[in-house]
Unconditional design. Sequence first.
Lengths: 484, 504
Amino acid sequence: MSSSYLTSVLIWLPIGGAVLIWLLPLSRYATGSLALLISLAEVGFWIRQAAHFDFSQPGLQMEERANWFGDLGVSYHVGVYGFSLWLVGLTVVGMAACTAYGFWVGRDRPRAYFGLMLLLTGATVGVFESQDLLLFYAFFEAMLIPLYILIGVWGGARRMEATIKFVIYTMSGSLLMLAAIVVYGLQAGTFDLVDGPMSGSRWLFLGFMVAFVIKAPLFPFHGWLPDAYREAPPEVAAVLSGVIAKAGLYGMLRIAITKFPDPTSFYRTTVLALAAAALVYGSLLAFRSPDFRGVVAYSSLAQSGLIALGLFAGTDLGFDGAVLQMVAHGLISISLFLIAGAVERRTTTGEFRLLGGMARGRPALATLLMTVGVISLAVPGSAAFAGEFLILAGVFQRDWWWAAIGAGAIVLAAMYMLRLISAVLHEARGSTVSDEALDLRPGELALVVPLVAGLLFLSAWPAGISSHAFAPDSPTAAVRSQFK
Amino acid sequence: MINTPSIDWFGLSPILALVGTAFLALLCAVVVPRAGRRLAAASISAVGFVAGIVLSIWLYVDSANGHTIVAGAFYRDRWTALSQVILCGIGLVTTLLAFEHVPGWRTYADLARRDDHVAEFFALLLASGAGMAFFVGAANLMVLFLALEWFSIALYVMCAIDYELEGSLEAGLKYLVVGSFGAGALLFGSALVYGATGKISFDGIASAIGSQGLTGDTFVVTGIALMIAGLGFKMSAAPFHMWTPDVYEGAPTTVTAWMGSATKVAALLLTFRVMTTAFPQNQHLWGWAFAIIATVSLAIGNFAALVQRNVKRILAYSAIAQAGFMLIGLSAGSALGGRALMYYLIPYSAAAFGSFAVVAARERELGVPVTLEHLAGFGWERPFLGVAMWFFVFGFAGLPLGGGFVGKFYVFAAAYQHGWVWLVIVGVLATLISLYYYLAIVRAMYMRPTAELGLRPAVTGGAPAKETLLHVAVGAALVVSVGSLFAVQPLIDLARDAASALPL
């Protein structure tokens, strides 16, 4: 297909842009503009890719393949499926919003900062597009490097501990995955994800899964999450929970479930239990959390659990709902973290006991937070409702009690989200909220409004994603055929 | 009348070029006035190494059918030639580094006196390079030992060349004592093997062991063990590593950069050749021995590096751990293992050289040994060197920023193909531990404000502040270490052709 170059462009344009930004001695303003331009170009290229994507065809599209090192069967092989297309879209849109946020707040050391943001964009797109295990691993690891520096340099006061924890947790998972990749690839004689055979090895399945459950994360592998989300700059926390966490869930779908059907059945109950635990425990922690970011962080844990529940239900509805929910939660979480950043900039804190009463005189902030919050707590008619409903229906087909647990957790979601909204917007005015604290500025609105508009669009037409993720096959059939 | 063997001069030409330029560089000490001595000696050294690179590439192309030359004393094959290309490449960048970072600059406030012994330094650099180039092609036990002593003696002197500095003298002495012990073990082992087989050539030993059924012979087994110990000293693998941190720390940083990369290349590549050529029947023994040495090196190198503050010591322990990774490939003893080892050494030697060169720049800036605290703010003050260091240490850690990632992947693949999943797991765990101290270097460079430094950067020794050549050398190392990630196939093809010269 003539438009297959887009697949590689989406990966290498931001990486090339990062190198360019590091090399050119541009001013702060020019650097930020260039980075923003590149991330908007990414969005443009993605729209073009989506327009050329043929949803009536099964299998990999816009494929590109080149030799990397042939003696072990490793190649540069990229391409997109329906569901990866949506995740790439989430990445480029989310990264554009977060890069713009960094530009808006004027981060120090702009060349380093924007270069790293672009590098992160390229690596994350690479994860969702690579169809070779080693290439996938390389991008999966490459995401970690800019994140490490972004949190470590531009993060909060306790950033050192946060970065160490984050890196050690995620690397211990991904190195076990590397061992699994070596064994799988040498047994199969190829590292290609499309050509590679299915495997029945439980050890290999666990090797892959440990990396994904840490990245997602699921209970009890979430130890790095609260620190990283609190100490990271808001836009980096937004990327972490909105986009990077989805890489772990994507890996479960693309590799663990697809290539290891028998181990998936064997460990299904275990993974569902971990996912349910993440969902309930995350929701409870979010309800008890004393600050804005804590609520969003733990709700991300809960949402990862919910999505994993959908994936490991192994039913059509579950897969469709999981993909929809990945995108919907990505947008929700990015919006919420950016709003949290806006609130923190005005009040210097995210702690609820110091906040409150911000709705008065700040209609834009109040409206946006309210809208995102209501979508997030899965009010009927919202995108998150569609996603959660599909997931619960899917997991209900597996066993009714999983759905019961999930439904219970959704009540908890309403509790923590309403608590967040009232603690920030309503109640008595907090001690840090001064009258001078402005409403959202046009610049900030320009970042958050498109994300919310995307959410409203998905609320109106959730089938836009849920029916176009695995088409034209049914999801289970597509997974069984290994997306060939 | 003694019958002289016919000599293939072309086969020896890289070594001869290095030896010849070594003599010329030494002459500079006498002939060239002090003002121009550094430039003259360094130029000669650069010419020598460039000639070495060109000739060994030529030899690589021209030696598709590997054979021994000079009456079976030396291998003219692609394994030798490729090793020599790598060694001469390291030599060339070391020359660039040494031009601005002459050992001795810390001692002399008087600029003029600094260049007193500069010609000797370059002569020793060329001589040790020649010794290593000779070493990697050794085809019998005699040449092996001679070449080992040849480059070792040059290195002993280079370590101690900053003789008004306590650390340097101490390093030289330590290296001399421990190194002699290693050489002694190697010599004793060689003697035992010769005693058992009556042969000194590697293939002669293999056929004697095969035809006389000496696989389990006490002399042969003890001899192999002692040879492994002797070579283990040179590659600084645990438990033969005790000298490494002290010597790397004490030696002038330029010398450390040269030793840390080149000696390892020579020792590991030669060891692979000796083991696969002379002792293929004993692979079950040396394979296990190296697997255990690899495990011990990974454990000791990584755990010890965790608690270091001095950056040169961290890098020294990291070098021990990296030897462990490369020994994983070596212990597999297969064609894939040989490829893995050869490939791994390319980004590794670039990163090892480059990281020490960056330390050298910081050392000059501050005039004190560089600890982690002293790196505070360095990444922002010297962006190019900071980013390069970033790539080097992440390359060591096996993150996909450089060829180190693919190298690790290859050695793990070799271990798995050999049936040693446990060794893969050991490697994975070791990588995980190593992250902590590699990240500590990045953390120190970028995440701490300069205010924490508590030291005023002061250029000592009246050195040129611009350090253009240092940047060129670091840039070259960076290009190799990152480029090897993208050019895996061509490099692997080279390594495969080189390894095809070995009886695998």
